[in-house]
Design a protein around this ligand. Sequence first.
Ligand code: NI
Ligand code: MN
Length: 225
Amino acid sequence: MKITFYGHASLGIKVNDVDILVDPFISGNPKASSIDVNTLKADYILVTHAHQDHILDVETLAKRTGAIVISNFEIVSHFEKLGIECHPMNHGGQWDFEFGTVKYVNAIHTSSFPDGSYGGQPGGFVIEGEHKNIYIAGDTALAFDMKLIPLQTKLDLAILPIGDNFTMGIDDAILASDFVECDKVLGYHYDTFGYIEIDHEDAKRRFFEKGKDLMLLEIGDFIEL
Ligand code: NI
Ligand code: MN
């Protein structure tokens, strides 16, 4: 499994020959100007919630690539009206896709579309694929529900928001890492706007002091599990 950071909460995940994008917000992110959204490949697009900084490039990407959008029922209904092929899910449900099993899990946040219309309840994803399991938290507060995840899935990586203000900050993300029983964390949802700027070295040190590994990738860089 290869995971590429495209800035903010945007990820590329490659499992065998399948390309998955998560929450593509690239063309509107000045920090991600090195990424050309017109060259990205996608077979599936996972969407955690309907906020602009998670859906901006979904329509363009899905229409160019023919990717299937996977999200909650309300977000899927929105994109189906635009002629995009989708797979609806809701909280607690899982489905076996060609790249692995996806479960849509709880997040504590909000989920309106940019025009204010209802985007369902926000979520995160647990993906079990190719003998590697990851948790993509989405935008969320620290939540006891995270403790449910390791009852069923032994995670290899937790992808957690760390920017604070709109989501968990560093201290809560460290607790979230305890809750999901995964000490290997990829941080996301930081630095994009003024409210969520962080001190990288301080963040890594605070995870390290708790025996955990916080990875912060440059935009365009990837890790392999
Ligand atoms: Ni959000
Ligand atoms: Mn966000």
